[in-house]
Design a protein around this ligand. Sequence first.
Ligand code: 4NP
Length: 150
Amino acid sequence: MIHVLFVCLGNICRSPMAELIFKKLVQERGVRDRFSIDSCATSGYEVGNPVYPPALRTLRAHGVEGNHTARRITPRDLAQNDYVLVMDEENLRAVNRLAQANERGKIRKLCSFTDRPRDVADPWYTGDFERAYADIREGCAAFLDFVLQD
Ligand code: 4NP
């Protein structure tokens, strides 16, 4: 089993979008049962809340189903996951602060797997949920190709 955790600041926009998009991609590739897939926040701001409605609408417009309840990352998440995929530099710093030295190699920016490594800009601030969707979709597809190569 490959344990994948997506992480962003609030866990109501980007990381649950990544979780649900990645679940759909692995389903389509016929490898859903090889993965455990979850998402969480670096902050406690939105704990207990569902996916932010504009993010959910964007997912639905692209045929992505499911929902998620926001929760905050714990040290156990770092111990138990194989890949901890963050959205931006701020998330990377926050998660690295929480990680043991031997866990840091698991932590990567999602779009580092693409041909054009970049941050996923936070649509909570930009308002651009389509941009976030496209970046996350590309990152998830590139990560899936990477992880299935082994
Ligand atoms: P996310 O977006 O990190 O993509 O889930 C945010 C959602 C909420 C807040 C910040 C970012 N907030 O400050 O409540």
